[in-house]
Structure formats: C-alpha cells, structure tokens
Design a binder for this molecule. Structure first.
Ligand code: TYD
Length: 137
C-alpha cells in the first residue's frame, strides 16, 4: 500500500506566471480549519516525529524543498516535496518525519482541525501499538 498520496493542484498560468487556488472539498478533501507554515529551518534539523489520532493535513512546499518519511507502523516510504503545485496528504495515524529542509524552504500545512495537543502521538512505541488496531482503508 502506498503511504504517499500526492494531490496535483491545477495551475492557472499565463504570461504573468502561475496561480494555484485551493478550496475546501475541491482540491483539498476536507474543511480547512487551520493553516501553519514552517520556514527558516536550520540546517540538519529534522521535524515531525509524531502522528495524529484523527487530524488530516496536506503539506505543500511553497518554496525550496524538504523530504518526508511516512510510516504507518508497518512500512516507511519517502518523498521529496519541491513544487508548490503538489500537496502531500498526511493522514491520521501516519507517523511522519521531515528532513533535508533547503535553506529557502517554506512548508505550508493545511489542517482539518484546530491545534490540539491531545490528538498527537509523540511516542513511537505507542504509535506502533495503536497502529496495529488502525485500519486506514
Ligand atoms: P509540532 O507540531 O511539534 O512541530 P514539529 O512536529 O514540526 O516539530 O509543533 C511545534 C510547537 O508549535 C509545539 O509546541 C506546538 C506548537 N504548535 C501550535 O501551537 N499550533 C500549531 O498549529 C502547531 C502545528 C504547532
């Protein structure tokens, strides 16, 4: 099973450049309740190292690049995000780690719910235990 779900966004381009429009329940398959972004990441910093019990997110690299490792407790797969016209689905119960941020990386994340620390699983051993009873599809 692929752990990497990439959504290709339509690019409205003309002689002036490119425009990407994202709407809830259209290009983004959920209600967008929160947007956050990560930038200015120092070299050799890795982020993430958690999963969410219920939260769904789409990560979009608006500038630069970074590498995601996605993990469902059985398999790990990785992908490099380097273009603002593609979004990576970070589904519930997907442990994710981000590496190799370029100096100019701006990583925007759209989330289907507000920030809630209780939705985080930050302990990998607990994630592995919980993932055994989680059916993704
Ligand atoms: P965290 O999700 O742990 O980031 P990463 O996994 O990339 O290292 O968040 C880092 C800190 O920011 C943590 O203290 C929680 C806080 N935070 C918010 O307050 N609101 C948010 O929407 C997010 C994503 C994080």
């Amino acid at each position: 099973m692929s752990l990497i779900t990439i959504i290709d966004f339509p690019v409205l381009g003309d002689g002036r450049g490119a425009l990407v429009a994202l709407e809830a329940h259209c290009q983004i398959p959920f209600d967008i309740k929160r947007v956050y972004y990560i930038y200015g990441t120092a070299q050799d910093v890795a982020r993430g190292f958690h999963a969410h019990k219920a939260l769904k997110q789409i990560a979009i690299c608006l500038k630069g690049s970074c590498r995601f490792v996605m993990d469902d407790g059985k398999d790990k797969q990785e992908v490099i995000l380097s273009t603002p016209d593609k979004g990576l689905l970070i589904d519930a119960m997907q442990w994710h780690e981000m590496y190799d941020f370029s100096e100019d990386c701006v990583l925007m994340v759209l989330a289907d719910d507000y920030y809630n620390e209780n939705d985080y699983i930050r302990d990998y051993n607990i994630f592995i235990e919980l993932s055994k009873t989680h059916e993704r599809f």
